[in-house]
Unconditional design. Structure first.
Length: 100
């Protein structure tokens, strides 16, 4: 029951913060995510808002003109790691996300 209350709270916060985040200008450039050697790269062109990472995501490269934030959850909420343009980082697989 407590887990359900937390999930409902997160969805409510996302609903409130979601529109505010979409008002920002989209980053110009690409965010490239490497998952495995047998999968093609996932390329997010001019990303805007919260993007869920692929399940097998391993490395994210920021090829945009602005910082990208990496989150350990699919909602782009809570603590994050900032990746500056021209840099990359390992990312959590399964349920991570990023925002540009």
């Amino acid at each position: 029951m407590r887990t359900r209350a937390v999930l409902i709270s997160l969805v409510a916060v996302g609903a409130v913060l979601g529109p505010a985040g979409s008002a920002q200008a989209a980053a110009s450039g690409d965010v490239v995510v490497f998952s495995t050697e047998v999968q093609p790269l996932d390329v997010y062109r001019d990303p805007a808002g919260c993007q869920q990472l692929p399940t097998a995501a391993h490395v994210l490269t920021n090829r945009t003109d602005g910082p990208v934030r990496i989150y350990g959850n699919p909602f782009c909420l809570g603590p994050s790691v900032v990746v500056q343009p021209g840099y990359g980082t390992h990312v959590p697989g399964g349920a991570g996300s990023f925002s540009a």
